[in-house]
Ligand binder design. Structure first.
Ligand code: MEV
Length: 312
């Protein structure tokens, strides 16, 4: 039996602009998904969503992981071949809200791939796990950037597209979940909405995308200096830019303003937007969390983590 866990992530800067090749900074956070894989006679997948066999409706990511690692997609191991176990039992438990911009699908995919890798001694190295994870997300969602799966595999604070590891944040992070708009298909919808706006108004939207990219470059320097006050100001401007791209919602902004009023260094949308989550950096996590809850959100106090995919 093998149990592995993998973290969720936030974007400090750069969501949406990264789709157009601009720099971004993403950070693994201490909210994790745990997956146990155990050889068995049949395939079963168990989570809060219910118990299924290979099921691409209820458990699309884990079903794709099993197929890729143990099915026809892997010539070294084929499900049901004589002399090999014909199934696997997979158990999933997660701290990460689903489809809310915190990389929940990447975390379950990476934790499942690593648990299968260990349980069936497939010998895949972490960079291969990250690559397979990206391929599975892209297959299931139709499109995905490699950011979520890479950060979930490697952990830490990561500059993109270079994938350089930066010195970890040491202030508190408060996430505010609007509890609205959660859907695994939301990212693709939001990305395509920004693309349409860009097609319609290229001279206006392209400079906004460039400006968002410039936050990541400046943000790297401020992170090195641990200048959270200036980082927070950049996050606030970034939130305005994301709003201008059309991915904000009234509730996201309500939580962002509540966090700022409670003394956060800065606050912004994290992930694709259109609902989902916002993130604040702060040295007053309880006060910021309470303000987010008073504004109707669900607050989660967390920290940055260097831990990527881990064996439990
Ligand atoms: C979604 O978490 C972030 C986006 O930039 C899309 C992506 O990078 O795949 C909106």
């Amino acid at each position: 039996m093998a149990t592995c866990s993998a973290p969720g992530k936030i974007y400090l800067f750069g969501e949406h602009a990264v789709v157009y090749g601009e720099p971004a900074i993403a950070c693994a956070v201490d909210l994790r998904t745990y997956v146990t894989a155990k050889r068995a006679d049949f395939i079963t997948i168990n989570s809060d969503l219910g118990e299924t066999g290979l099921d691409y409706e209820v458990h699309p990511y884990v079903s794709a992981c099993i197929n890729k690692m143990l099915g026809n997609g892997n010539r070294r191991f084929s499900l049901g071949t004589v002399g090999s176990p014909s199934g696997v039992s997979v158990e999933i438990r997660s701290d990460i809200p689903i489809g809310s911009g915190l990389g929940s699908s990447a975390a379950v995919t990476i934790a499942a791939l690593q648990a299968l890798n260990l349980e069936f001694s497939l010998g895949l190295a972490p960079d291969r796990i990250a690559e397979l994870g990206h391929r599975i997300e892209a297959e299931v969602q139709g499109a995905a950037s490699p950011t979520d799966t890479y950060v979930s595999t490697m952990g830490g604070l990561i500059a993109l597209p270079s994938r350089r590891k930066l010195r970890l944040l040491d202030c508190d992070i408060v996430i505010g979940d609007t509890l609205q708009g959660a859907s695994p298909k939301k990212t693709a919808r939001m990305v395509s909405m920004v693309a349409s706006l860009r097609d319609e108004f290229p001279n206006i939207i392209n400079p906004i995308i460039k400006t968002i990219g410039s936050f990541a470059s400046l943000g790297e320097k401020l992170l090195e200096e641990r200048d959270y006050a200036s980082l927070g100001k950049l996050m606030n401007i970034d939130h305005g830019m994301l709003d201008a791209l059309g991915v904000g919602t009234a509730q996201l902004s309500a939580l962002v303003y509540a966090a700022r009023s409670a003394g956060a260094y800065g606050a912004k949308i994290t992930g694709a937007g259109g609902g989902g989550c916002m993130v604040a950096l702060t040295d007053r996590p309880e006060k910021v969390a309470m303000a987010i809850e008073d504004a109707g959100g669900k607050a989660i106090i967390t920290r940055a983590t260097e831990l990527g995919v881990e064996v439990e």
